[in-house]
Ligand binder design. Structure first.
Ligand code: PMP
Length: 425
């Protein structure tokens, strides 16, 4: 089916060629972190073997090559998400990961609230009585930085509720987002339910009242064609390690004129044009303004290789393939005593399926499944409010990647169907 050979793609992942407890490994935990294809592993190792140097400073050959590779990777990442990659118009900031990117934004908004960045930064400032809107489906990495920002500025934190399936209530946007709302931070795809957010009503309302939209794209960039300009969001964050790239690095998209006006959040080397003892420093233009310190160059280069690799397969082909795997994973809902936390129908969702096994603790489920060589995640997945919404403390979660097959999903469904008998429930 189609032109892409997904068996060949799976074979590009050396880690998947192993047995766990005598069973061929079935890795269904890509929402936590994805495995890496050989080309990404090679990109990082080759960088250290041939080019390694600090970027944007050295006058020597290795520094020049490293700088080219680093900036090329930034441009690849921009292309993957539809951002601007033209020199001088870059809209992609290198961060330590999605969590670091969200904290960067919350800190920068906080700095603007203190008057830093002057009048250009006033649009980011929050004052007592202003509102920040999130959703109840957010990962703690969205909820907590913005909750903290609200506490620091006297702003009020509000949220979009979830419907019975756990979808974000976009129909509440007009009611929850008001003239006092300055920032709306929502997820593109929820990491527990796998639901794709209906963003348009949220973005439309936010912009109508002059609020900024921050998108958590952690769980969409690896699985769907994301176009930040078409989505019309102001900022977006994601992590490289969930999109087949290395750990320790992520990216922040910001509309160019917003990055120009936003005050920095971190200070140090590589981000300053002029520094004096007795006068305030003059910062560089974005993206450098937000990248204080020595950049994670090898990791960015490898993340760029991951972006190129995904684009070569094609995001539409990846989405179609994972949609088939999702259909099989959703058969978990037909197993006696198993209920899905999230949409049960295979539309507007990805292959991330959280489920509860009646009468069996997720840690017991996880251990039983692990003994069959199948890796899933158990716990609250850093999203406690969404679990509370479903009336549970924790759950089991299977999540697909480009290397999973329908057979992987079938193996999981079969293993889960034996859990309750094993634990004599
Ligand atoms: N948001 C979502 C939806 C996530 O799934 C994750 C990772 N679990 C994060 C944010 C945080 O990403 P990281 O831990 O890579 O910073």
């Amino acid at each position: 089916k189609g032109m892409v050979d997904f068996d060949a793609i799976r074979a590009e992942f050396p880690i998947l060629d192993q047995s766990v407890y005598g069973h061929p490994l079935v890795y269904l935990d890509s929402a936590a972190t994805a495995q890496k294809p050989q080309c990404v592993i090679d990109a990082e190792a080759d960088f250290y073997r041939h080019d390694n140097a600090a970027v944007h400073r050295g006058a020597h050959e290795l520094a020049a090559r490293s700088t080219v590779a680093f900036e090329r990777a930034r441009a690849s990442m921009a292309r993957l998400v539809g951002a601007c990659a033209d020199e001088g118009g870059e809209e992609i900031v290198v961060t330590g990961g999605a969590t670091a990117g969200l904290n960067l934004l919350a800190t920068a908004f906080g700095n603007a609230s203190l008057g830093r960045g002057g009048s250009a930064a006033a649009r980011f400032a929050l004052h007592p009585g202003d509102e920040i809107v999130v959703s109840k489906a957010e990962h703690h990495s969205v909820l907590l930085p913005f909750q903290e920002l609200a506490a620091r500025t006297g702003a009020t934190l509000k949220w979009l509720d979830l419907d019975e399936e756990g979808r974000i209530r976009s129909d509440m946007a007009d009611e929850v987002i008001t003239e006092r709302t300055r920032v709306v931070a929502v997820t593109h795809v929820a990491n527990v339910t796998g639901a794709i957010t209906n963003l348009a009503p949220i973005v439309r309302r936010a912009h109508a009242v002059g609020a900024l939209v921050v998108l958590d794209a952690c769980q969409s960039v690896p699985h769907l064609k994301v176009d930040v300009h078409a989505l019309d969001v102001d900022f977006a964050v994601w992590s490289a390690h969930k999109m087949y790239g290395p750990t320790g690095v992520g990216f922040l998209y910001g509309r160019r004129e917003l990055l120009e006006a936003l005050p920095p959040a971190n200070f140090g080397g590589s981000m300053v044009e002029l520094a004096w003892m007795d006068r305030p420093a003059q910062y560089m233009a974005p993206p450098a303004k937000f990248e204080a310190g020595t950049q994670p160059v090898a990791q960015v280069v490898a993340a760029g290789a991951a972006a190129e690799w995904m684009m070569a397969i094609g995001m539409d082909a990846i989405a179609t393939h994972e949609h088939e795997v999702a259909a099989e994973l959703l058969k978990l809902g037909d197993v006696d005593g198993v209920s899905i936390l999230g949409p049960c129908e295979n539309r507007d969702r990805i292959g991330t399926v959280a489920f509860d096994v009646d009468g069996v603790h997720p840690h017991d489920v996880g251990q039983f499944i692990d003994a069959q060589g199948i890796a899933i995640r158990v716990g609250h997945h850093c999203a406690q409010p969404v679990h509370r919404h479903f009336g549970v403390y924790a759950s089991n979660r299977a999540s697909s990647g480009v290397y999973n097959s329908v057979a992987d999903a079938q193996a999981l469904v079969e293993a889960v169907s034996k859990v309750r008998a094993f634990f004599r429930v």
